[in-house]
Ligand binder design. Structure first.
Ligand code: SAM
Length: 453
């Protein structure tokens, strides 16, 4: 391929990846900042989209020469160029790339909650209620079909993509031509709709980059709201902008954690509803990876033991992160004793304790405490890893300490892998292949099943 084309695609791809992994903030002073995602991500993604659809890709590929559409009065309109861009993508899909659409668009599915009230758009001069309804109907169809891996390059698919693209173009005009006041943008439901517009355009751009042979693509970094339910009446949600802030600014979550949480709930592998949480979670070699295990463990556990021999845990940092779970600072009591830090807090009427333990993981085995939940990931037998066989022989010891409810397990099986007996009893959960590790093993192991060969 002509190096000019390659260079153009590479530059835009890099920006697309950076934008997907960014959460933007406006800083007003030393202690005052506001998240301005996803609106800023959407605006950047629209600029990228504009740079992509300004090129006549069918001619560019045919002539092997970067060819832009005429921008003069006689040139095609913006919507026409957008349709031509999408058509050029369609022309590049063949049997070897037939799952590109499913890969690029399936992240939309994580946003489809059973409550759909937030999908109702506010009508204005450009956008009617009916157009908004059609847009979200199309999005739901694209998302579900992609999730089932049956979004193929046919007429129906491309009609839906064209129509959604045109709708986002109208939204873009509202943003750029000032129909909306900033105050309206920070309405919670509008924020959710903006996340969809942002993600949809990111999916379209991702489709193109995947078709250009790029293994990594931006839609995979979509963040989802994280929801926990205490009862029918009382639930707690970390909204998507806060999740993005936790993942990309604070690095308190890994980039695919909210997707993994959604997958685990969707597959009913872990519950987000809790009744009376009683039990202990153990996470060896935890590093700074505290928030996700805490979130998945909240419905089951009231004690969390995070082991790591070398990290100096900063309790203050953990306290700040806990605030995002709705735990008010006065509820947190931090007491220190030697290598352990214990944080106490109350959530939904239950007292919880987090133990941050700067010890060798193996010291947990000397304690005769029962255990309810084993969480483990990111460990290795390389430098910095424990080189301990937690998912093999040591898992047997943990299962032996579970009560009649069994031991809940979420692990990536590293290092060393699980024994086949355990692997057969746990479900495999797959993350998109661009991420390592991309498999998690999830489920419950009971004492009588712990005879690992
Ligand atoms: C690669 S990091 C993974 C951290 C975390 N699990 C994650 O996914 O982000 C491995 C961690 O294991 C810790 N570690 C290594 N050997 C250990 C041991 N014997 N006992 C406790 N921690 C250990 C290291 O200090 C390091 O923080």
């Amino acid at each position: 391929m002509n190096p000019l084309i390659e260079n153009y695609v590479d530059t835009l791809h890099r920006t697309h990846m950076d934008n997907a992994r960014s959460c933007y903030q406006a800083v007003y002073g030393p202690n005052s900042a506001n998240t301005i995602s996803p609106i800023t991500n959407l605006i950047f993604e629209l600029f990228l989209f504009n740079s992509l659809y300004s090129v006549d890709w069918d001619s560019t590929f045919k002539e092997d020469s970067l060819t832009f559409f005429d921008t003069g009065r006689d040139g095609p309109s913006e919507p026409k160029k957008q349709r031509e861009f999408i058509k050029a993508c369609k022309h590049r899909i063949d049997s070897s790339t037939q799952f590109v659409l499913a890969d690029a668009f399936s992240p939309l599915a994580g946003h489809l909650t059973s409550d759909r009230d937030w999908m109702r758009v506010q009508p204005d001069d450009r956008i009617t209620t009916e157009l908004g309804e059609k847009f979200f109907r199309d999005i739901v169809w694209i998302a579900n079909t992609a999730q089932e891996r049956s979004l193929f390059a046919d007429k129906v698919t491309f009609k839906a993509i064209d129509s959604c693209t045109y709708f986002v173009y109208l939204v873009r005009n509202n943003i750029f031509h000032g129909q909306k006041r900033l105050g309206e943008i920070y309405d919670r439901d509008h924020l959710k709709r903006l996340s969809i517009y942002d993600l949809f355009i990111r999916c379209v751009n991702s489709m193109f980059f995947k078709l250009m042979g790029k293994p990594d693509f931006g839609s995979v970094y979509a963040q989802y709201p994280i929801r926990l339910c205490h009862s029918e009446q009382s639930s707690f949600e970390i909204p998507v902008d806060k999740v993005a802030h936790l993942a990309f600014s604070k690095r308190a979550l890994k980039p695919l954690d909210s997707y993994l949480h959604w997958l685990l709930s969707r597959e009913c592998l872990l519950t987000s509803h809790f009744d009376i949480p009683r039990g202990i979670m153990f996470y060896p070699s935890a590093g700074n990876d505290l928030l996700f295990p805490l979130i998945v463990g909240l419905p089951y556990c009231d004690e969390f033991h995070f082991f790591d021999q070398s990290l100096q845990y900063v309790a203050q940092r953990v306290i700040q992160t806990l605030r995002i779970l709705g735990v008010r600072p006065q509820d947190v009591d931090a007491t220190r004793s030697g290598s352990k830090v214990c944080l106490e807090f109350e959530l939904f009427g239950f007292r919880r304790r987090i133990w941050l333990r700067r010890e060798d993981n193996l010291s947990f085995l000397n304690e005769q405490t029962p255990i309810r939940f084993y969480f483990h990931r990111g460990d290795s037998n390389g430098e910095g890893g424990s080189d301990q066989n937690w998912d093999g022989s040591l898992l047997q010891e943990l299962v032996a300490r579970a009560d009649e409810r069994g031991l809940l397990v979420v692990t990536d099986g590293q290092p060393g892998g699980l024994t086949s007996a355990c692997r057969n009893r746990l479900r495999e959960v797959l993350l998109p292949a661009v991420h390592l590790p991309n498999i998690f093993y999830v489920g419950t192991l009971h004492k009588n099943e712990a005879d690992l060969e």
